[in-house]
Design a protein around this ligand. Structure first.
Ligand code: HEM
Length: 102
């Protein structure tokens, strides 16, 4: 069982991996950079068979949600923890957010 999290949370690769900084995937002219270390679907023989379907679904869901709502924290001075809950998966801890229609 590979530990994908050890790569996906490595500060040496991402520079403060826990910080929300999507521009780490863009080059100087705003083009998407493919980082070989970005392996949420694993690699090699056990790579996720649903990767392309999952990416299409994520794109459709996320774009519709972001087009229709602005997502805000309930309390901006007290953001949800990034500490996950370990189980079969490493899931986010429970948190509340506000979805404000645009
Ligand atoms: C964001 C969504 C998803 C993520 C992050 C994800 C991630 C992964 C990862 C990391 C593995 C490798 C597990 C291991 O090491 O054994 C895997 C395997 C697999 N995934 Fe996904 N997956 C996603 C969605 C899907 C979807 C939508 C499907 C099918 C419709 C799917 C089907 C599979 C299958 C069949 C395997 C087993 C591949 C094998 O071992 O031969 N996944 N997935």
């Amino acid at each position: 069982m590979p530990n994908l999290d050890s790569v996906l949370s490595d500060d040496k690769i991402w520079g403060y991996a826990d910080v929300f900084r999507p521009e780490r995937f863009l080059d100087g002219s705003g083009q998407l950079v493919k980082r070989e270390e970005f392996i949420p679907f694993s690699i090699g023989r056990r790579v996720c068979l649903g990767e392309s379907l999952a990416k299409m679904e994520l794109f459709l869901f996320m774009t519709i949600l972001i087009q229709r709502f602005e997502f805000k924290p309930v309390d901006p001075d007290n953001l949800p923890t990034l500490k996950g809950v370990f189980g079969v998966t490493h899931a986010p801890s429970k948190y509340e957010a506000r979805a404000v229609p645009r």
